[in-house]
Design a protein around this ligand. Structure first.
Ligand code: NAP
Length: 325
């Protein structure tokens, strides 16, 4: 038997329950991972609340973790029992002692990267990889706006931007979060709960505005974000921390400067084992070079997943949060 967090109805953190399940053997093409650490992500909250529907109920939760391969299904060639691994995609159910998933979603972990670091950055770091290196290939010298710069994804983005020579203007909700984002490499910060973001971006850029805006806050920041862009530049809307952006009139992209907009996801980029491996190699190289370090600012026992999600949803966390089985 193994413990896992599951939910039988959508709702608040109270719908999450710790249960004992009998872990089946991995099927063809699957592996079972004994998790050493599990990553907490905002997307887990979207599934719990029903903003993103779970395929069926009761459902496990979570897609990010790191640990040791504990069983291997038929036809799996690149992984063996005992391998140290990490993953960020696949079926819901990472909030668990044991998680079974397609082997193609699992990568080997280099010896120099510990399990907590891996669980704290697989989903978030691969996201920054595709956003900065694929959705728009930043080359250095650009000015970008990044919302929620002291959060899990944001803390990695600040460091990756610094490494690339990109001026990242980060939005945050407190002086403490501003200091953290700047320590991580943000070129400037704006408190979007108090300051006029568009005016501050205008001042900071001498009127030029931004080459790309990365917006994971969603509903509350959508229009402000469009107003921070240069003509003909790119708005990347990649999350809904304040609620989803809905009912967009495409004409607004014309009015605000012939803008481009994209709504990407990690699954749309790491969509083959080869692409996942290439993205992970780049992330791991950034970690091994010391250009990026993962700040695990919160650790919770697996049983307290609801409490951990409450902290994330109420903006109390910074950096990465992990659950420990
Ligand atoms: N599309 C993708 O591929 C992809 C992949 C990974 C993550 N994401 C998205 O990226 C975002 C960051 O994920 P994360 O797990 O690293 O979370 P996080 O950034 O650690 O936490 C979310 C942050 O959003 C900010 N925020 C602004 N308005 C908020 C509101 N109304 N309620 C709650 N938070 C609010 C808060 O920072 P302040 O207090 O500083 O405002 C909060 O700390 C999420 O929107 C997530 O869905 C998307």
């Amino acid at each position: 038997m193994a413990k896992r967090i599951q939910f039988s109805r959508t709702g608040g953190p109270e719908v999450l329950e710790l249960v004992e399940v009998s872990p089946g053997d991995p099927g063809p093409g699957e592996v079972r991972v004994k998790n050493a650490a599990v990553g907490l992500n905002f997307i887990d909250i979207y599934f719990r609340t029903g903003l993103y529907p779970a395929p069926s109920l009761p459902s496990g939760l979570g897609t990010e973790g790191a640990g040791v391969v504990d069983a291997v299904g038929e036809g799996v060639t690149h992984l063996a029992v005992g391998d140290r691994v990490a993953y960020a995609q696949g079926p819901l159910g990472a909030y668990a002692e044991l998680h079974t998933l397609p082997a193609g979603k699992v990568v080997k972990l280099p010896d120099g990267i510990d399990f907590e670091t891996a669980a704290g950055c697989m989903l978030k770091g691969l996201t920054v990889q595709y956003l900065m290196r694929q959705t728009h290939e930043l080359k250095g010298g650009e000015t970008i706006l990044w919302h929620a710069a002291a959060g899990g994804v944001g803390s990695i983005a600040c460091q990756w931007a610094r490494a690339l020579g990109v001026k990242l203007i980060g939005t945050v909700s407190s002086p403490e979060k501003a200091a953290l984002a700047e320590k991580n490499g943000a070129w400037a910060t704006i408190d979007y709960t108090k300051e006029d973001v568009v005016e501050r971006v205008r001042e900071l850029t001498g009127g030029a505005m931004c080459d790309v805006v990365y917006d994971s806050v969603g509903k509350d920041t959508w229009e402000t974000s469009l107003d921070c862009l240069k003509p003909r530049s790119l708005m990347v809307s990649f999350g809904n921390a304040s609620g989803a952006v809905t009912g967009v009139n495409l004409g607004i992209l014309n009015q605000k400067g012939s803008l481009f907009v994209t709504r990407p996801s990690l699954n749309g980029y790491a969509d083959t084992p080869e692409r996942l491996q290439a993205m992970a190699d780049e992330l791991f190289a950034m970690l091994e070079s010391g250009k990026i370090t993962i700040d695990i600012a919160q650790r919770f026992p697996l049983a307290e997943a609801g409490k951990a999600q409450e902290a994330l949803a109420s903006r109390q966390t910074t950096g990465s949060t992990i659950l420990l089985p």
